[in-house]
Design a protein around this ligand. Sequence first.
Ligand SMILES: Nc1ncnc2c1ncn2[C@@H]1O[C@H](COP(=O)(O)OP(=O)(O)OP(=O)(O)O)[C@@H](O)[C@H]1O
Length: 254
Amino acid sequence: MTVILEARHVNKSHTVHQHEEHQILKDINLQVRQGEFVTVMGPSGSGKSTLLYNISGMDQVSEGSVYFAGEKISALPEKKLAKLRLNKMGFIFQHSHLLKNLNLLDNVVLSAYLAKNSSKEVIRARALRLMKQMGVDELASHNITQASGGQLQRISICRALINNPDILFGDEPTGALNSRTTAEIMDILDNINAAGTTIMIVTHDVKVAVRSQRVLFMLDGKLVAECNIGKYNKQQDIKARESVLSEWLTEQGF
Ligand SMILES: Nc1ncnc2c1ncn2[C@@H]1O[C@H](COP(=O)(O)OP(=O)(O)OP(=O)(O)O)[C@@H](O)[C@H]1O
């Protein structure tokens, strides 16, 4: 299958205490195939979020290269990179980061207005269609204080999908949700992945990781292990997948 995202010998350092260099990512080599659903796990502080931000072009690697759909994005000027992120990538975070001075529909359409690939009418119709699919269309004219955490996360998924991205990145997208809402959001992500969108998310939660095809494990800035659990299908016994993954995580000392 085609590789959509690749990291080659990626290092990332931050300067701390004025001159001291702190190396966060250490020689990361990684390939994500088109249509895959990959999760990244590991202890707090191991570098999971840093990995996500550096391979999605949200942050700049210190050394090494990142390729997206065959193009070396780690060398792109910021303007070109921003355009590529806008058109080809979607992002969801632990907290929805929606704008409080816009209603929820306007939050969803904003990045499509910026991308200017379609008319405003077409974009609004697509946004309402997405919001309907996610069960939040009735909240279109509400603001962020008038929706629950789960509803806001559905809205941020609509926002991430509005430009029809090839890949969806998530940094703890269910981290602030209860277990029932987590399962609902994961059902949505399963469907998005089944429709062809590649997904890569960082999570602490086995119940989230169990939905992915491949789990990468990070320790002290390095990718140290991976577990291939195969594509999740709704007929499968989720408990069996969970126990395979939990056993593997125990082996990693998690
Ligand atoms: N901008 C920065 N400047 C200096 N250090 C940073 C910066 N960003 C992250 N770090 C450090 O890099 C390390 C990895 O952070 P990161 O957030 O990537 O870890 P994580 O595995 O996602 O952690 P968590 O699970 O707690 O979210 C931490 O020690 C953190 O303090």
